[in-house]
Each structure stands twice: as structure tokens, then as C-alpha cells.
Design a protein around this ligand. Structure first.
Ligand SMILES: *[C@@H]1O[C@H](CO)[C@@H](O)[C@H](O)[C@H]1NC(C)=O
Ligand SMILES: *[C@@H]1O[C@H](CO)[C@@H](O)[C@H](O)[C@H]1NC(C)=O
Ligand SMILES: *[C@@H]1O[C@H](CO)[C@@H](O)[C@H](O)[C@H]1NC(C)=O
Ligand SMILES: *[C@@H]1O[C@H](CO)[C@@H](O)[C@H](O)[C@H]1NC(C)=O
Length: 172
């Protein structure tokens, strides 16, 4: 986590909305949701079979502390790639396909100028759709009173693990 890191690397564009005195910030980050493998960050905690429940089954609740990066892949030499964590839960809400997930999560920034600030993102991840829209319902620190939206898409899938791209636009 180098301190000399440039926020522009994250494709951030800040527009000053002159009249309102608000800023619009666009940022793209990638959430690595690992239900299996050597770096598990998402664990079913409740469901028909308790913590051995299948995340792909209706009703299962998964608690996450997923790594967030600014580039799609995690590589060991790439330490400034990590932005923070996505902490929260998702609930499988589709009794037919098992492919809809209500996500309620806090983006906890741990690097760059937003270190310590958070964004609250929630909405339904309809996994079969190429693009899903989430609401940014608030934030803390530099994101106090934030509102906005995030367009999510599946960047990579190695079932059940996935890398989800979030293209997030917030006004603060
Ligand atoms: C797991 O995380 C460690 C430490 O960040 C990393 O060295 C390793 O490559 C990761 N393994 C996988 C399978 O992602
Ligand atoms: C519960 O476990 C059974 C037996 O392993 C399995 O067939 C079933 O799919 C599981 N259900 C859920 C919701 O994980
Ligand atoms: C982020 O903040 C924490 C706690 O204030 C601090 O320990 C850490 O060094 C900071 N990280 C960066 C990259 O500035
Ligand atoms: C993010 O979305 C904006 C429109 O909301 C688009 O202009 C931009 O190209 C997108 N960025 C990426 C990296 O997908």
C-alpha cells in the first residue's frame, strides 16, 4: 500500500457541480468473492444446513469480507492494487434459479485518500443479468451524505467464486 499512489489510477473523475457545491465521483473497483479455495472471504452462516448451506440455494445467508481491488486480478507483487474490503451479507432470494442475491454491504476503504471512509451499497444482484444496478444509500467520512448508484457486472467466474466489477458514481 504505497503512499505515493495516484488516485487517477482508479479511473476517478471528479466533476464540480458548481451550483450545488457538490462533487460527483466515479470509481471502478473489483470485489473478489471467494466461497471456496485458499482465500475464503465469503462464508454461508445460515440456511437449511446451517453454515454448510449452499450459497446457491434460496434462503442461504452469506457473510462476506471480500477483498476489493482497483484492477481485476490480484497478483502478489501488486500491493497497491488493494483498495479495501466489502463487508456485509448477501441472501439468496430466488427460490427457482437460486441466482438472485440481496446484497447489503459496506465498502471499507483502506488505501488512498479515502482510507477509513465507507460507502453503503445495497440492492439485488441478479446474477444472470449482464449488468445489475445497486443503490449507494450513504457513506461515512469523506462520503458523508453520499448518494449514487453502482453498475455491477461479472468480470470473472470460477464457480462458486467470482470477481464482480462495480462502476460506482456518487455525489457528495
Ligand atoms: C491467497 O492470498 C495470498 C496472500 O494475499 C496470496 O499470496 C495467494 O496467491 C492467494 N491465493 C489465491 C489462490 O488467490
Ligand atoms: C443440504 O444438504 C443436503 C445434503 O448434503 C444437500 O443435498 C442440500 O442441497 C443442502 N441444502 C442447502 C440449502 O444447502
Ligand atoms: C489507513 O488508516 C489506518 C488507520 O488510521 C492506518 O493504520 C493505515 O496506515 C492507513 N493506510 C494508508 C494506506 O494510508
Ligand atoms: C463507468 O460508467 C460510466 C457511465 O456511468 C462510463 O462512462 C464509464 O465508461 C464506465 N467505466 C468503466 C471502466 O466501465
Amino acid at each position: 500500500m504505497g503512499s505515493g499512489f495516484s488516485f487517477s489510477a482508479m479511473a476517478v473523475i471528479v466533476f464540480l457541480l458548481a451550483v450545488a457545491g457538490e462533487a460527483e465521483i466515479n470509481m471502478v473497483f473489483y470485489i473478489h468473492d471467494n466461497l471456496r479455495g485458499s482465500n475464503v472471504t465469503a462464508i454461508p452462516v445460515a440456511g437449511l444446513n446451517g453454515s454448510s448451506s449452499n450459497a446457491g440455494k434460496f434462503g442461504t445467508i452469506v457473510t462476506i469480507s471480500d477483498v476489493i481491488t482497483r484492477r481485476p486480478q490480484i497478483t502478489e507483487s501488486d500491493s497497491d492494487n488493494i483498495v479495501g474490503r466489502a463487508q456485509g451479507t448477501y441472501v439468496n432470494t430466488n427460490p427457482v434459479t437460486g441466482l438472485d442475491f440481496l446484497m447489503v454491504m459496506t465498502i471499507v476503504f483502506q488505501d488512498m485518500e479515502y482510507n477509513g471512509s465507507t460507502l453503503e451499497i445495497q440492492g439485488t444482484d441478479r446474477f444472470t443479468q449482464p449488468q445489475r444496478e445497486f443503490a449507494v444509500v450513504g457513506g461515512t467520512g469523506k462520503f458523508r451524505l453520499a448518494r449514487g448508484y453502482a453498475i455491477a457486472s461479472t468480470e470473472a467466474l470460477s464457480s462458486p467464486n467470482s470477481i464482480i466489477k462495480f462502476n460506482t458514481t456518487v455525489q457528495i
